[in-house]
Design a protein around this ligand. Structure first.
Ligand code: ACO
Length: 428
């Protein structure tokens, strides 16, 4: 017998089907609620609302599980490469060697950006945050590739937009940084792999020879894998909702970049380092800062702690913590803020406030420490997150399109004034 849920509103009963996912998660399908009963559901922050059915990423917040297309994040992070994971997320299966070579070659063919995009870049003051520059350049592609605006684009056309997005993202990201530095931009060196190409564009100076450190490139590749997708978070839901209006892939992803920027989402990685620096400058009294985070009047939160879904541990944070240790060791970097981070974590995890609220370090807690060790400037941390999240956004945008999902349009409960009579301006 089909499983149903019953809801009684003002004494009248309504039945709704229960939908089960492949990992036995359950949802009450209330699609007919408004039509049948005249009521809507109210769920601020969508804490209990499933906005879609998706076959891309599974995560279980209580058990600390994260899987892409069925593969665990632990296996992908230790054995795979960022482009391999990108292919998996976007096309549903791990590529064989020929498929990966072709994908990688197609991406290499599109790493250059139109010279006129440089004029847009030149218009930004060097004080611009690179996230704003990145979002703008990403969206500007709609102007250079107007065919991407066609909502009925062929599969080949969509593939080209996907490849262009992955190819140009590192170029945009490095150029956003160069703009902030007031340096001339570097063009992509296609003899290098994805991460090395980015690093060279980021760091090379015209007057100096630059050799990419393979330890740095491989650590970055792992970090990008760890950020590649995370189902229906704030930025991904944004990409899906913008995409649901049949906006182009470039404008949908640009919206995702903007959503990611906020300090409660991807912007937290930058905030973590600023917080650790502030604690260090303040004498390193970790307990004092923990108490501040517990005081609701302080307006301060422990950045890099807590997660909407993970209520046990964030599996990405575990891998990143271990990677931070390895990378700092290999590079011979001794960062005093790592000690502060370790101590902060230790004290917070013993504190009843954090235990009761199930607040654990999230992906952003240690990622900033690695980015710093790799020489990546603080303002660029969230840009690195965007680079990593790109394949996830693309996969989710593609899935929404293939599933022919309706336009996203939530309802509301109106709490404003009832009808009143207009009073002309002189009589108010
Ligand atoms: N420091 C102190 N208290 C916290 C923190 C924190 N970092 N996070 C949550 N809390 C407290 C809240 O004050 C609240 O307490 P209360 O029940 O006494 O009112 C309780 O824990 C629940 O917090 P909510 O804000 O309701 O949880 P929500 O799921 O809405 O928020 C979020 C999750 C935004 C991640 C939150 O934990 C936070 O602000 N963390 C710091 C920012 C951060 O690290 N963001 C990155 C998230 S990961 C990512 O986006 C990649």
């Amino acid at each position: 017998m089909a499983k149903t849920a019953e809801l009684i509103i003002n004494g009248k009963s309504y039945k709704f089907p229960i939908v089960e996912g492949t990992e036995n998660e359950i949802a009450v399908d209330i699609s007919t609620l408004l039509e049948d009963s005249g009521a809507i559901t109210l769920d601020l922050g969508y804490k209990n609302t499933g906005a879609t059915k998706s076959a891309i990423t599974f995560l279980d917040g209580d058990k600390g599980i994260l899987r892409h297309r069925g593969y665990s994040i632990e296996e992908l992070a230790s054995m795979s490469s960022f482009l391999e994971v990108s292919y998996l997320l976007i096309f549903g299966e791990l590529p064989n060697k020929d498929q990966l070579d072709k994908f990688s070659d197609d991406i290499k063919r599109h790493t250059m950006v139109h010279e006129d995009i440089k004029k847009i870049l030149d218009g930004f003051p060097s004080s611009s945050h690179p996230m704003g520059v990145l979002a703008s350049m990403f969206c500007a592609q709609t102007a250079f590739y107007p065919e991407s605006l066609d909502p009925n684009r062929s599969a080949e056309g969509v593939y080209l937009s996907i490849v262009r997005s992955l190819a140009k993202m590192p170029t945009f990201a490095a150029w956003a940084y160069k703009n902030a530095m007031g340096h001339p931009v570097n063009y992509p060196d296609n003899s290098l792999n994805y991460c090395s190409r980015f690093l060279k564009m980021l760091y090379a100076l015209p007057a100096e020879h630059y050799e990419v450190d393979p330890i740095v490139a491989s650590a970055l590749d792992k970090l990008l894998i760890l950020h590649a997708d995370h189902e229906q978070n704030c930025s991904t839901s944004t990409v899906r909702i913008v995409g649901s209006s049949k906006a182009s892939i470039y404008s949908s992803i640009s919206a995702g970049i903007n959503a990611l920027w906020g300090p409660l989402h991807g912007g937290a990685n930058q905030e973590v380092i600023l917080m650790l620096e502030a604690i260090k400058k303040d004498g390193g009294d970790v307990e004092k800062w923990i108490n501040k985070a517990k005081d609701k009047n302080s307006g301060f939160r422990l950045m890099g702690f807590g997660h909407r879904v993970y209520k046990n541990f964030d599996p990405r944070a575990k891998i990143i913590k271990q990677t931070a240790d390895e990378v700092l060791g290999k590079l011979g970097v001794n960062d005093p803020v790592l000690d502060i981070a370790l101590k902060l974590e230790e004290v917070a995890l013993r504190d009843p406030y954090f235990i009761e609220r199930k607040l654990y370090p999230n992906v952003d807690f240690y990622s900033g420490i690695i980015y710093r060790a790799l020489g990546i400037p603080v303002d660029m941390f969230t840009v690195m997150f965007a680079m990593g999240r790109l394949p996830g956004w693309i996969a989710q945008w593609k899935e929404l399109r293939e599933n022919k999902e309706p336009i996203g349009r939530p309802r509301q409960i109106y709490t404003g004034q009832n009808l009143r009579t207009y009073v002309p301006i002189g009589k108010r």
